[in-house]
Design a protein around this ligand. Sequence first.
Ligand code: TRP
Length: 523
Amino acid sequence: MPEPGYSRGQWKSNLGFILAASGSAIGLGNIVFFSANAYKFGGGAFYLPYFIALFAIGIPIMILEFGLGHHTGQAFPLALRRTVGKGGEFIGWFAIINATFICMYYITILSWVLGMLLGSFGGLWKESVAVPAFGLAAGDLPNPYAFFFNMLSSWWVLLLVLAVWIANIYIVRQGARTIESTVKVFVPLMWLFMLILLVRGLTLDNGPQGMLLLFTPNFEVMRDLDVWQGAFSQIFFTLSLGFGIMCAYSSYLPKKTDLTNNSLMTSFLNCGFEYIAGIAIFTILFATVLIPKASTLSMMFFIIPSGISEMPGGDPMVLIFGILFFILLLAAGLSSSISLVEAFSSALIDKFRANREKVLVWSFIVGTCGSLLFALPQVIDKGLADDGTLGFTLLDLVDHWAFSHGLLIVGLIECILLGWVYGVRKIRRTINEHSKYRLPAAYDWMIKLIIPLLIAGVLGFSIHSQIKDPAGLYGTAYSKNYTVDWSWVKFLPQIALWLWIGCAVGGSAILTFRRSKKVGPEE
Ligand code: TRP
């Protein structure tokens, strides 16, 4: 019986759902992180682990998360509670809080993207300027770098973060309805812009050779388990799995929906986009003789912009492609971040029957504070020129836990709970009712056994090597020379780890055991 005053939305069409789900999946991860990882792990060496991860883990879990949301009609925590009880709900909240960390710094990055976009209309592509905050004179750094550092150390960041959060809240104000109308514009736009960049990259002199670099395998590297952890986490991140997002989105689907087909479409659209982006970026960088370094953020803000500034055609072309690149990032990033804002809002609304406006106002306040914390400029490494990393220590450190570990932990436990405790067969049966392609019984064993073993192997290896090397345990490998010598700054690695554990575990416990007002303890 629907309760008065509590109505869950529904997608207007299946196309709207596919656009929203693929819009969530396609984001900064596809455009920049994939290329940066592919380069870091030796180009072609990344492809095989990535492909294996896509088919062995990504698609089956996508089907599972779609199935769970559709089957229960609830956001992630309550969906897991209805299927496996309180323990499940705890994991559901853990996923949401872990993803909220990711969302906060993702929005910080998007604010910098917005700043670079605005800067493109001003001086960004012109002469190099001084960076007074770091004691650098004009000409010390190439211009995109100098512009970026000036932006970071100015009060502008505050406005940029506010603007991006307001955009997020505005887009999800009426849930599925307003999300659907936004992605109908954003998703086609980003495909168009990406294809323009691809054509430009491929038609540059020497461009196509960059493609070879991307596709030349390096089998040596593949023996390194780090590559596998990189590929597994990248698949979770890029497909928005382990965030609770896909469950929330599919809970707005009508009963008669072909979920297998929807999962395959979403996964292939996402990975197709990722490949196209990889080719576009490698061709542009190769043609402009820039060999990218490992860090993802420096790739986004320095290396690709430097490549663009070398494009033939002079100032007008540089301006056009610069603007195009940053609009592309912004559209792709926003259509991803909104999906998490919706995932946690709908989780709170489902459980506490809270009022949507109130939830959104609080999300805005908490989210903005979090994103500002990640934007604090005191933790920038001035020695960035040596290794191409930025040393945004807090951001890197939290990313090390929430992205490289958190998503995998959620995936592992979700498979075990749904596989063994609830019985994945029941979910498979409801999926098969309306799907043209019927999932075979072997699917159950993928979820129950194969995927947990693969993830546990990679996670176990990672945790083992970090405990063996305690510096690695706190991610101190990331900490650099700080630009300030406040005494607490050197504890940042510990702070980041305990902040993450405290919020994710403590917060999940509180949310799980708080009784939902109108529904009572055992709905
Ligand atoms: N899939 C996105 C990407 O590849 C990541 C993502 C999706 C995300 N939803 C999110 C990140 C919400 C932060 C918040 O970029």
